[in-house]
Design a protein around this ligand. Sequence first.
Ligand SMILES: [Zn+2]
Length: 289
Amino acid sequence: MNNIKKYLAYDKSVRAMGIDATEIVQEIRDTHNLSNLATAALGRVMIVSAMIASTLKNQEDRLTVQVKGDGPLGNIVVCANAKLELKGYIDSPEVELPLNSEGKLDVSKGIGLGNLTVIKDIGLKEPYIGTCELLSGEIGDDFAYYFNVSEQTPSVVSVGVLIGKDGKVEKAGGYIIQPLPDCEDSIIDKLESINMKLPSMTELMKKGRNIDDILQNATGDKKIETVYENSTAIKCDCSLKRIENTIIALGKEEALKIAKENGILELSCNFCNKKYRFNVEEVEKLFSK
Ligand SMILES: [Zn+2]
């Protein structure tokens, strides 16, 4: 099912995109056995990353988003490609904190202060790297700030993850609205004032609103035009080859020491938790190549 869409509004002077990420956020929660707080934090980063990935132009283009904060959740990394295959992890998936003063998951405190970095590998010699400080650690604000200072694109970013009483991801989604260079100031003002008053993404989704409805409302343009739709998936591209390279980077001495001590050298992929096991002979063979 297509769950991500892009639109043009106001005679093609505004672009917008939106995603219903309920299923993929549940999947990433299940994969990493995430706490509620970690689900909201990693989920929000994933939602915005999926939308940025939808702007990649070539099939081989790749995106990496890193959120490095000094809070108890540690670092968050999300990778995506132009096919909208996503993978992600968070350093401390078990961390839970008391709810904030609004009774919501305290993502800001969990992430803390630090940096947001966006790396786009678009087939050039050097990847494009944009970085900025975290503004609040709430993710939505941080990306809005990133688009503004690092990509010179003023943006409205709304993102949310709502967890039900049963511990399941009830709703997760987000949208981004960006005026294009020829957009009139009056439209920019209108977008700002609408989005200051609009309920959160997950509240709108909970009311049964679909992405089209939500973006019509959030842009204030009933005639927005859909220009793209696609579906996202959680998919890891780890391979034996890549894990072997990690072992080689570890160095022969260290790798053999671990293998001999435990009888086996076991590495698991950070992104999908798949385990790769090597016995002493196999480790030796790796270094003899
Ligand atoms: Zn993997």
